[in-house]
Design a protein around this ligand. Structure first.
Ligand code: PHE
Length: 346
């Protein structure tokens, strides 16, 4: 019996398993109820009692070795399986937290996507600006009320009464980027400028001291108001749906002449009138106009040769219409319960 134990010990020591099937065959052969080891334990009962001590010890050692061999191959094989699948199978799968894009980013990206399809490029400028770029070169008169401390966050101001082109401030509109682009590039210019703007307003559902705009600027020979209108119609239909109508109402901005405000037909009621459009059927979405010759000249562009149009829209305003969110503050509080509702691929 001892020599049989020796032989089986050798067999077990030299055993290796490459697959789960090999290991299962091993288990059946040695460790199962009808396997070699239980056979040996049965035989053990019949041997003379003076041999029992030594044989019993050897048999127990063999059983232990056989079991250890099984265990080590079992863990090796499952480790390999994990590696082959490229995953950590012990990792818990829940809860899975996915981020989502901010609605302002979604709408901004959509606007950029629409305008880049018709040849506009994106340009950016600083949020901390001087009076020169925000007001002076945009044809704001020195006493224009927008320059007032009540509207503008000043960082440094040479005089409390008079404004100076060197005064530093937080830009109140992205039109300052128009100036920077015109100063640094020759026409033709076709660009949009998304960015944050700042105004000294009390925070409420309808006003905030920070918001986002996208500026548009197109300068070339023979650019007309018809080009502006067609560009805005194209944009509105891409943004709000192909059935959308636009209307331009005369308005005033120091840096455009003529100037207009654009409304789109209310997509919520289809123009019939509802509480979103205040029963007018129209929603105001942006300001626009033909770039004032004074602005072109102030930026070293020949106003006899070139004309252009510009427009500026509020991203929050478009997002409010798109998502029917009527409290502006929600866009700035970063409440996960709000943001979680904008899961999208865009
Ligand atoms: N800058 C203007 C505003 O903030 C919008 C505008 C931009 C109007 C370009 C005309 C042309 O209200």
């Amino acid at each position: 019996m001892l020599s049989r134990i020796d032989q089986i010990t050798n067999d077990i020591n030299s055993f290796t398993a490459n697959t789960a099937a090999d290991l299962e065959a091993y288990r059946l052969k040695y460790l199962s109820k009808k396997g070699i080891l239980s056979e040996l334990f049965d035989d053990f009962k019949t041997i003379p009692s003076e041999q029992k001590k030594e044989t019993g010890q050897r048999l127990n050692l063999l059983k232990q070795a056989a079991q250890e061999k099984y265990n080590s191959f079992k863990s090796l094989l499952s480790e390999n399986e994990e590696k082959a699948s490229g995953q950590d199978l012990s990792r818990p799968s829940f809860p899975n937290q996915y981020g989502s894009r901010h609605p302002i980013s979604i709408v901004r990206n959509e606007i950029i996507d629409i305008f880049t399809r018709i040849g506009f490029i994106v340009s950016e400028g600083p949020e901390i600006e001087n009076d020169d770029h925000v007001f002076t070169r945009l044809n704001f008169a020195p006493e224009h009320p927008a320059r007032d401390m009540q509207d503008t966050f000043y960082i440094s101001r040479a005089s409390a009464e008079d404004s100076s082109p060197d005064d530093m401030l937080l830009r109140t509109h992205t039109s300052s980027v128009q100036v920077r682009v015109m100063q640094s590039k020759k026409p033709p210019i076709r660009t949009i400028s998304p960015g944050r703007v700042f105004r000294n307003e009390a925070i409420s559902a309808r006003a905030h001291c920070i918001f986002h705009q996208v500026e548009g600027l197109y300068i070339d020979e023979n650019v007309s108001f018809a080009d502006l209108k067609q560009t805005l119609l194209f944009f509105s239909r891409e943004m709000f749906g192909q059935g959308t109508e636009i209307r331009l109402r005369p308005s005033y901005f120091p840096f455009t002449e003529p100037s207009a405000e654009m409304d789109v037909s209310c997509k919520i009621c289809g123009g019939k009138g509802c509480n979103v459009c205040k029963y007018t059927g129209w929603l105001e979405v942006l300001g626009c106009g033909m770039v004032h010759p004074n602005v072109l000249e102030a930026c070293n562009i020949d106003s006899k040769k070139y004309t252009g149009f510009a427009f500026g829209m509020g991203i929050e305003r478009l997002a409010m219409l798109k998502y029917q969110v009527n409290d502006l503050r929600l866009y700035f509080e970063n409440d996960i319960r709000f943001l979680d509702q904008f899961k999208t691929a865009f």
